[in-house]
Design a binder for this molecule. Sequence first.
Ligand code: ATP
Length: 369
Amino acid sequence: MAAKKLCESFSKSFIEEVQRWGCMKQTGVSLRYMMEFGSDPSHRNLLISAQFLHKELPIRIARRAIELESLPYSLSEKPAVLKVRDWYLDSYRDLRSFPEIKDTNDEKDFTQMIKAIKVRHNNVVPMMALGVQQLKKDMDPKIVYEDLDEIDRFLDRFYMSRIGIRMLIGQHVELHNPNPPPHCVGYIHTKMSPLEVARTASEDARAICLREYGSAPNVNIYGDPIFTFPYVPTHLHLMVFELVKNSLRAVQERFMDSDKVAPPIRIIVAGGVEDVTIKVSDEGGGIPRSGLSKIFTYLYSTAKNPMDEDSDLVTANAVTMAGYGYGLPISRLYARYFGGDLQIISMEGYGTDAYLHLSRLGDSQEPLS
Ligand SMILES: Nc1ncnc2c1ncn2[C@@H]1O[C@H](COP(=O)(O)OP(=O)(O)OP(=O)(O)O)[C@@H](O)[C@H]1O
C-alpha cells in the first residue's frame, strides 16, 4: 500500500502523542562521556543506558518524523520521503510500546529491538536522496528557487540526528560484545591511529578508482605513526574515504589524457592540543569559486547521478566514484558531530585542499536541533 499523509494513516491520538514527544528536550552526550560510561559495561550500566535510550530515542525520532511532514516544495509528499517517515513512525511505535525496563532480561529484549530499528533505517540516506531526486525532476529549471537552502538545512539536521541515533544505538549494542577488540569501547577506539585509518581509507578509495578508471594516483601520507587519540574509526574512515575519492577523481580526470604522470595526493596528519587536523591535498585543478558555495549542498554534484528513480536500491547502494553529491555535506556532519569541522580551500587551475578538523578533547556535546 502506498504511504499516505500522516493524518490519513494514523489515529489522531497517535499523531498528538508523536507531536508531544517531538517537542520534548533532547539530551546530548559527548564522546568522552560515552567512552567513560562504556568502559564499565556492567549489568547496572547497561540497564541505565537502556533506560536512557528508552526515553531519548522516541524523542529524537518523533522530532524527525514531524519535520518530514512539513518540507518545502512538497518534498514531504514524494513517495520515497513518505516511506522514510513511515520507518520513523514504526520505530517510534516500537519504542513507545516497549514496557518499562526493569531488569537484565528486559534490557536484553530492548537491545534486540533497537538493533532491529537500526537495520530498518539502513537505507534512509539513499531513500531520501531518491526523494530529493524526485523533487529535482519535478522542478521547473527556469524558476529560481530561493529556498533550496531550506532543504539543505533540513537535510543537515536530519542526517545529523541520524548519525546521533545510530551512534547511541550502536554504542549500546556493542557494549554487549563479550570480546571487544583491544582498546575499543563500543564504537570508540581509545587509541585510534589517524594515520592508520587514513591509510586504509585511502586504499579503499584507490581500489574504487582503479576499478572505475583502470589506474589510480598514489596517495602519500605524512605524520607521526605512533600518535593516537580516542575517536570512532568508522566515522574517520568514512570522511577520509570521501575526501580521497574526490581528490582521486579530480586528479584522474585532469591527467587521464595527459602524458604527464598524475601527481600524488598528499595527506598530512597533525596532532595539536585541541584538534587533530587531517589535510588532503590534490592537484586536480580545484573548484571554480562560483561553484564553491554549492559543494556542501545535497542538490549538487558534477558527476552523473548513479541512482535513477527506476533503479533499485541495491544497485544504488553500490559504491561508485561520485554521484550523489552527498560526500562532502555528510562528511562535514560526521566531523561536526563530535565537535570538529571540514573546510575546503580551492585554487582553481591547480588543486584543492580539504582540512578535516577533529576535536581531540572529546568533550563537545552532540549538536542537537
Ligand atoms: N578535490 C576536489 N577537486 C575538484 N572538485 C571537487 C573536489 N572535491 C569535491 N569537488 C566537487 O564538489 C562536488 C561535490 O562533492 P561531493 O563529494 O559532495 O559529491 P560527489 O563526489 O559528486 O558525489 P558523492 O556523493 O559520491 O561523494 C563534486 O561533484 C566535485 O564537483
